[in-house]
Design a protein around this ligand. Structure first.
Ligand code: AHM
Ligand code: MG
Length: 333
């Protein structure tokens, strides 16, 4: 049995100039995940279910657990002293950590503390998503928004925690994707899936088909393609949609599939947030041999303009995303 801590230290020793700061950062996320996991598991028993009575910057209702997860991770990250600041789905503006740390910390973290939180009240899996960059501003000067508005290909590390039938932490630092399953009796994440790769055979498409009439023509045509009979390509594919990006992505990563959230009438620019949802998932997908686009362009190449910017999102097995992109190119609205 190898723990996440042991695994990271082992990998770190492969980099002669590693200082241990990224290790400290990931271990802060690991600690935050344990606390969130503990509270999600007893969510039905204590008064932390339901809405918080507040809204985030995009006017979406915050759940009590959204706010709790945000505070937990924020505190864990600040305490390590290696992070200069964070951006979060639950924070209107970037958060700069204590005056000294803002000048010293080498990294910035972007996160969705609890993605899919509308599912919590009905006991469906949710997740935490994180994305880590080196700051651009000089260490010693104050951090600014430009530290956060970096294209996804510059990510140093990214990952998610899925709070499901078991809790898992899945991450990449650009050397493959590794997954660790939480053993609650020991309080440790144990390496369970080293070097995860998407399977070769397409199986599943995940999209909220309720919005079918609002989809771009390319997506409508692609869905019809998924539903056709063709033995050679193993169609029709299965449809699975949890409505929790982390869970849908995780299943597709292990079983093979594609997740799509295109632009719709309600979300003309798509719903998924580029910086702390799409970019980290895109980094993981590529590291697992998959692909992520906005239907036309590689997600990791998009130059961000705003902290909470949204994007249409197509992510999963390379062959499936290639097919979907082909339909998008062929049927432009
Ligand atoms: P959230 O960050 O507010 O939870 O929104 C993101 C979530 C994704 O996890 C999920 O795939 C999608 O929203 C579901 O949206 P919809 O209910 O429109 O299908
Ligand atoms: Mg989210």
């Amino acid at each position: 049995m190898k723990t996440l801590g042991e695994f990271i230290i082992e990998k770190q020793s492969e980099f002669p100039h590693a200082t241990g700061e990224l290790t400290a950062l990931i271990s802060a996320i690991k600690l935050g995940a344990k606390v969130i996991n503990r509270d999600i598991n007893k969510a039905g028993l204590i008064d932390i279910l339901g809405e918080n009575g507040s809204a985030n910057i995009q006017g979406e209702k915050q759940m009590k657990l959204d706010v709790f997860a945000n505070e937990t991770l924020k505190n864990a990250l600040e305490a390590r002293g290696v992070v200069a600041g964070i951006a979060s789905e639950e924070e209107n503006n970037l958060v700069i950590f204590g005056k000294d740390r803002a000048t010293e910390g080498k990294y910035v973290v972007l996160m969705d503390p609890l993605d899919g939180s509308s599912n919590i009240d009905v006991n469906v899996s949710v997740g935490t998503i994180f994305s880590i960059y080196h700051r651009i501003t000089k260490i010693g000067s104050p951090i600014s928004e430009q530290d956060f508005l970096q294209p996804g290909y510059k990510q140093v590390a990214a990952g998610y925690i899925i709070y499901g039938s078991s809790t898992m932490l899945v991450y990449t630092t650009g050397c493959g994707v590794h997954a660790f399953t939480y053993d609650p009796s020991l309080g440790v994440f144990c390496l369970s899936h080293e070097n995860v790769r998407f399977p070769k055979q397409a199986t599943t498409y995940s999209i909220n088909e309720g919005y079918y009439s609002k989809f771009p023509t390319g997506v409508k045509k692609y869905i019809k393609y998924c539903q056709e009979n063709d033995d050679k390509t193993h169609r029709p594919y299965t449809s699975r949609y949890i409505g929790s990006l982390v869970s849908d992505f995780h299943r597709n990563l292990l079983k093979g599939g594609i997740y799509i959230y295109p632009n719709t009438a309600q979300y003309p620019k798509g719903k998924i947030r580029l910086l702390y949802e799409a970019n980290p998932m895109a980094f993981l997908a590529e590291q697992a041999g998959g692909k992520a686009t906005n239907g036309y362009q590689r997600i990791l190449d998009i130059e961000p303009e705003q902290l909470h910017q949204r994007t249409p999102f197509f992510v999963g097995m390379k062959s499936m995303v290639d097919d979907a992109d082909r339909f998008m190119a062929e049927y432009k609205d």
